[in-house]
Every structure is written in C-alpha cells, then in structure tokens.
Design a protein around this ligand. Structure first.
Ligand SMILES: Nc1ncnc2c1ncn2[C@@H]1O[C@H](COP(=O)(O)OP(=O)(O)OP(=O)(O)O)[C@@H](O)[C@H]1O
Ligand SMILES: [Mg+2]
Length: 228
C-alpha cells in the first residue's frame, strides 16, 4: 500500500449569498508513502480547504478521496474522526496548544483516551520532547515557551500517535526566519526517516525543503514539480 492519498475530481464549493465559490475544483492528487510535498499558491487559491478535506476535518462535495486505501468520501462523521485520530497528525501556524496544560500534557492529548495510552503512550511523550530538543521544557505552559518551542511541542503532539500522514498549514508562518529554519530542518529530518508530509507554505525557502511542490490557482492544481 504505497498510496497515502489518492483524490479524483475532488470539489468543495461554498455558497455565499447568491454566488458559489469553487474553493477546490476537480483536484486529482496522489501522494505516495514517504513523500514530502509543499502546497503553494496565492491567497484564496484553496490550499487550506484542500488540507482540511485531506485531514478529514471537512468533506468534499464531489469526487473521491481515498486515505490509505479507505474511501473517506462516503464515511459518516464518527468514522471520519476515528480515521483522523488514527492516521493524521496536524501542525498549524498558530500552534493551537491548550494554555492551561504543560508542554508534556499537550503532547499527550491525542492519545490520552486511546488504547495505546497504557502500553507505550506514556513513554512516547517524554521521548518526543527529548527528540525535539525541549525535554527541559516539559513542565512549562505554552505562555512560558518561545514560538519555536511551542511549535516543537505542537510537532511532538502531531507525532505522538505515530500517524502515517503529517499535515502542516504554514508551520513557520508565525516564526522568525531563523526559528522557522530550525523547524524546517526538523520537519525535513522526519521526512528522511520516512514520515509522509504535506505542507502548505507561502515561502519559497520553506517550500525548497520539500521534494515536490504543487502550485494551486483558483482551486485547481496549476503546476506539480518534483525535484531530483
Ligand atoms: N467557510 C467558507 N465559506 C465560504 N467561503 C469560503 C470558506 N472557506 C474558504 N472559502 C473561500 O474559498 C476560497 C479558498 O479559501 P482557502 O482558505 O482554501 O484559501 P487559501 O489558499 O488557504 O488562502 P490563504 O493563503 O489566504 O490561507 C476562498 O475564496 C475563500 O474565500
Ligand atoms: Mg490558508
């Protein structure tokens, strides 16, 4: 099973007042296991809409989406959220950490009620913080951390359930360029270890870490380029 994502004719239309906005418009996209894909394109071109559908946070209204050989487009909400919890890690521009919890507790949120908790989950949080270089911040709250440290916590949280797919929407968007650079090195390293990653970015330098760059325009894939 080498296809992580396969979409065909994927569409999402928003109805606003009298008009229809074709946010994504017949997207055919295949992402193989181990790929690192950057999604670029002007504001309003449909990048976040696409990520939300691929991340099972939203649903297409036409076309088919297969995630790891399962047809997502037909699933009800319960199955959709089960799939999301099991298969997808998210990293957002604004971190989305819970302010009253420590870094470690934030990392453990996705597996707090999962079966894996008793088995390996409890060890995995500290291991990931160590791996991301913030073990000494485990008991700090988000407001006691720098932006780069917050994003490391968010990446650890995204990885704690060992998801086959990591989705990132502007992961360096709120960071200065030096901190963004270290976060991109980390993300690239995860990909070299086999993690499949799809990342939205406006920044050419950030996109240059990816091995494939997709450009969107008006809800369509305009260009799809692979490096070496
Ligand atoms: N919930 C919604 N209701 C109505 N229209 C929406 C909604 N979400 C997105 N849109 C419209 O769909 C189009 C695509 O939006 P989307 O957020 O996917 O763009 P984007 O490429 O992520 O832009 P940006 O780079 O600014 O984040 C836009 O025209 C937007 O106005
Ligand atoms: Mg967006």
């Amino acid at each position: 099973m080498n296809h992580v994502i396969v979409t065909s004719g994927l569409c999402r239309t928003f109805h606003v007042g009298e008009s229809d906005v074709h946010a994504i418009d017949h997207i055919d996209l295949t992402v193989e296991r181990g790929e690192f894909v950057a999604v670029m394109g002007p504001s309003g071109s449909g990048k976040t809409t696409l990520m939300n559908i691929l991340g099972c946070l939203d649903r297409a209204d036409a076309g088919e989406y297969r995630l790891l050989d399962q047809i997502v487009s037909d699933m009800d909400d319960d199955r959709l959220s089960a799939l999301r919890n099991r298969y997808i890690g998210f990293v957002f521009q604004s971190f989305h950490l819970l302010p009253r919890m420590s870094a470690l507790d934030n990392v453990l949120v996705p597996i707090r009620y999962a079966d894996s908790w008793a088995a390996e989950g409890r060890n995995r949080g500290p291991e990931l913080l160590e791996r991301l270089g913030i073990a000494d911040r485990a008991h700090h709250r988000p407001n006691q951390l720098s932006g780069g440290q917050r994003q490391r916590v968010a990446i650890a949280r995204a990885l704690v359930s060992n998801p086959p797919l990591l989705l990132a929407d502007e992961p360096t968007g709120n960071l200065d360029s030096a901190t963004g650079g270290t976060i991109m090195q980390l993300i690239s390293e995860l990909n070299r270890e086999g993690q499949t990653i799809l990342m939205v970015t406006h920044d050419e330098d950030v996109a240059s870490h990816a091995r494939r760059v997709i450009h969107m325009r008006d809800g369509k894939v305009d260009r799809d380029a692979r490096r070496h």
